[in-house]
Design a binder for this molecule. Structure first.
Ligand SMILES: C[S@@+](CC[C@H](N)C(=O)[O-])C[C@H]1O[C@@H](n2cnc3c(N)ncnc32)[C@H](O)[C@@H]1O
Length: 471
């Protein structure tokens, strides 16, 4: 059978992809269907035909899946941020569990029965809404009005929203006030097609426990120093208006970030603090953290503690361990080990994050944690030894970005040869690739235990913590 673009077709959804698309099969032809969930029957239109798969979009539901729930978000089908808002949360968790197991079994080449024995499943959220502590929101002009929203998946089309159910409570109010302030102070809005206009995006961050909020206004203004007074008045208006409302939280600091480049990179190189200290303070458990706008901080304000508690549980420290924490960010995991290890050395590529990590150690009066700013793939055992006075590491913690570990980092781990590796991963596929190397190719490690934490409800993303022990 052959199919063509714009053709309409009825499809039974039998599975879901890791991007949250429904999967259907007609004879042996595979379809990936937008806005359809497991066990829906839909009328769909074909949007793209490729050699292996046909993409389609559901136009109407012919018969509804028993897992279908009503989305409380007005724009969930167009925004692309939360692809699974129509899928019952319990079913989301079941699907993620299967994805983790199947991926590790297939790519990591580990027997499914063995995996089942050491997999503790997915730790789910009690209330999977209003969990994001960070909102990055672009602004634009549409029909001569200032609008804001999220970019629809893989596009630069802004989908406007009045409220976002993923964002922390109060974020919607702040966004509205920022829009008002842009209009009131006649600040032009950036147009990425012409590279003209000033206001590009805002980054709003909120402490999980402290409720402190930082605002970072990303602007395209070469003459920012001449306009500083205007930006201060603009910021004051936002703070004052926010305080007049419910103001559950405190806007403690605002920063201007000057980005005059014509690229998709969020931050420019120049920061000017308009108010406060340029960072917020937060705490996880008993450990306090300073967080700058550029630094990585886990986005789920309710689940990060569960994630870090799993790291500690799996590490099972006796108090005598020397630990290497690769990809340490602002030192969150390193410092969470407070009182449980002999020494910890954190390695991180972002300079500002390393500054935060060092001041966080001081803030918590922790003297056995050191931090260096380095590309994990460029470090050698010698570099580490000179920074860590020749420590031999018993445990290596890795928490890389989605792309996982590169060859140089795996070589470093081989060189260190730790007794235990704790791997924190936001992509089961790259985790699986890396453990295949460590467990099957090198035959040096076995998977001891692993669990997933649902840091990203209503998306197919899932975080996994795994302990690997030396054979
Ligand atoms: C997933 S985050 C984890 C951070 C930290 N463990 C936490 O839980 O907050 C990954 C971190 O790795 C850093 N990073 C990315 N590439 C790196 C590299 N090549 N070398 C060192 N750090 C890197 C990022 O800046 C980010 O802070």
């Amino acid at each position: 059978m052959s199919f063509s673009k714009n053709e309409k077709i009825e499809l039974d959804i039998i599975d879901m992809t890791k991007d949250g698309l429904g999967v259907a099969k007609v004879d042996s032809q595979v379809f990936f269907v937008k806005n359809a969930i497991l066990e829906d029957k839909v009328n769909a239109v074909i949007t793209k035909v490729t050699a292996n798969v046909i993409y389609a979009k559901a136009l109407e539901i012919v018969s509804k899946s028993k897992y279908r729930v009503e989305s409380k978000c007005d724009v969930s089908n167009s925004c692309g941020g939360c692809q699974l808002l129509n899928l019952d949360y319990k079913k989301q968790i079941e699907l993620k569990k299967q994805i983790v197991l199947n991926t590790i079994s297939k790519i990591g080449k580990i027997n499914l029965d063995d995996l089942n024995e050491c997999y503790e499943g997915v730790i789910a959220m009690d209330t999977p809404h209003r969990f994001r502590n960070k909102m990055q929101v672009p602004f634009a002009i549409r029909d001569r009005k200032v609008v804001y929203g999220f970019y629809a998946g893989r596009t630069h089309h802004i989908v406007e929203f009045d409220y976002c159910l993923a964002g922390f409570k109060g974020s919607d109010v702040i966004l509205n006030i920022i829009r008002e302030a842009i209009v009131k102070y006649n600040i032009s809005v950036y147009d990425e097609n012409t590279n003209e206009g000033v206001f590009r995006e805002v980054l709003i961050r909120c402490g999980n426990a402290s409720n402190e909020i930082s605002l970072t206004y990303i602007i395209n203004d070469k003459n920012y120093d001449k306009n500083l007074e205007l930006y201060k008045v603009f910021d004051n208006y936002i703070v004052e208006e926010y305080r007049k409302g419910e103001a559950l939280r405190a806007l403690v600091t605002s920063t201007l970030n000057i980005n005059t480049s014509n690229t998709n990179v969020l931050f420019g190189n120049k920061n000017i603090i308009l108010r406060g200290l340029g960072y917020i303070e937060d705490s996880i458990g008993s450990v306090k953290y300073h967080i700058s706008p550029e630094s990585f901080y886990q986005v789920n304000m309710k689940m990060t503690k569960s994630l870090y508690d799993k790291v500690l549980e799996y590490a099972d420290f006796t108090g005598n361990e020397n630990v290497l924490d690769l990809y340490c960010g602002i030192g969150t995991i390193s410092l969470y080990m407070e009182g449980k290890v002999k020494n910890v050395l954190g390695v991180e590529i972002v300079e500002k994050a390393v500054e935060n990590a060092k001041s966080n150690a001081t803030l918590n009066d922790i003297s056995n944690a050191r931090f260096i700013c380095l590309d994990a793939s460029k470090i050698t055992k010698d570099i580490i030894s000179s920074n860590a006075a020749g420590l031999n590491f018993d445990t290596v913690v890795v928490d890389p970005p989605r792309k996982g570990l590169d060859k140089a980092t795996i070589d470093l781990i081989r060189d260190i040869d730790p007794k235990k590796i704790i791997y924190v991963s936001c992509d089961p596929a790259t985790l699986s690739r890396d453990i295949d190397i460590l467990c099957n190719i090198d035959k040096k490690y076995i998977v001891q235990r692993f669990a997933s934490v649902d840091m990203f409800p209503h998306t197919m993303h899932i975080e996994t913590v795994m302990s690997l022990i030396h054979v």
